[in-house]
Ligand binder design. Structure first.
Ligand SMILES: [Zn+2]
Length: 301
């Protein structure tokens, strides 16, 4: 009886000691955890001011927000219409009914002032008779081309009046001409382009919506839709913002695709991007911030 009692005590103490040993095992690593944190804290003030954080990678996160490269002021100023026309964006063919669009439109009446988008030098001001900057003679009518820093150029087409001459230096915001409908213009408007590199290459155009400073309270969204081999894919997608829905196509002219295959300026806020591809629905929620660029990459399996 006494032996049984001792055995029982032993077993009970064994049972009691067992759970105690578990927390000591658990505590051990957490007790060592503060050490690296303690060494990390004094390290941060010594970071060099030129050191940059790890860049956001849109391939592995839902979206990245960066400062973008919004270097151009709008060529049309309020109270005139300084919004990009939504029905014929960059690289649009209006569903195959129009020429591939190498720029954007600002719909305004003839005589509306046109302003330099940045400081620069006029490299061409006159008629597009020789098609140096366009696919065929007089496509753009009266045009102005300005050279800016970083191999960037802006082009202003269909003008009714030109105020400047080749060789002249201009300042950002300076009036350089007036809106018109010269050349192959479907109504009075300013056709505006951004080119980089070889300005005489009609395919050196970039989407102006990624280069124009967003309007107050707006940002820009750049979307890449590609397959696992990195080949851009064309889709029609919807962008939902509270009670508004935008219907957007990726660049219909794939030859104008460089880093993205859709881009547009949008009011700041939270958007749902959705499209159908290969019988599967793709969707993602992204943020657009005022004055900044949101980059989104879809890689379809
Ligand atoms: Zn145009």
């Amino acid at each position: 009886m006494k032996r049984l009692f001792i055995l029982l005590i032993f077993l009970l103490s064994a049972c009691v000691s067992e759970p105690i040993s578990i927390p000591t095992v658990k505590v051990a690593p957490s007790a060592t955890r503060p050490a690296p944190i303690a060494t990390a804290i004094p390290a941060s003030p010594t970071l060099s001011p030129t050191e940059t954080p790890i860049p956001c990678d849109p391939l592995v996160v839902d979206f990245c927000i960066t400062d973008g490269h919004f270097v151009f002021q709008r060529p049309i100023l309020p109270p005139n219409n300084d919004s990009v026309e939504e029905t014929y964006r960059f690289a649009s063919t209006a569903s195959g009914t129009r020429e591939s669009h190498h720029g954007v439109e600002f719909i305004n009446g003839t005589g509306t002032p046109v302003h330099a988008a940045a400081d620069g030098q006029i490299i061409f001001a006159g008629s597009d008779d020789e098609a140096v900057y366009s696919p065929w003679p007089n496509f753009y009518g009266n045009i102005i081309v300005i050279r800016h820093a970083d191999s960037l150029f802006t082009l202003y087409a269909h003008l009714s009046l030109i105020d400047v001459q080749a060789g002249e230096e201009v300042q950002v915001g300076q009036k350089i001409g007036e809106v018109g409908l010269t050349g192959s213009a479907n109504g009075s408007h300013l056709h505006f382009e951004v080119r980089r590199g070889d300005v005489e290459d009609y395919f050196s155009t970039l989407n102006p919506e990624l280069w124009l400073i967003p309007k107050a309270g707006e940002g820009a969204l750049a979307i890449s839709v590609m397959n696992t081999r990195g080949k851009f894919q064309n889709v029609d997608f919807t962008l939902q913002f509270t009670d508004e829905t935008y219907f957007v196509k990726t660049y219909e002219d794939a030859s104008l695709t460089k880093n993205e295959n859709a881009a547009l300026g949008l009011k700041a806020g939270r958007y749902r991007i959705a499209f159908l591809f290969g019988g599967k629905i793709y969707e993602r929620w992204v943020e657009v911030e005022s004055g900044r660029l949101t980059q989104v990459v879809f890689v379809m399996q």
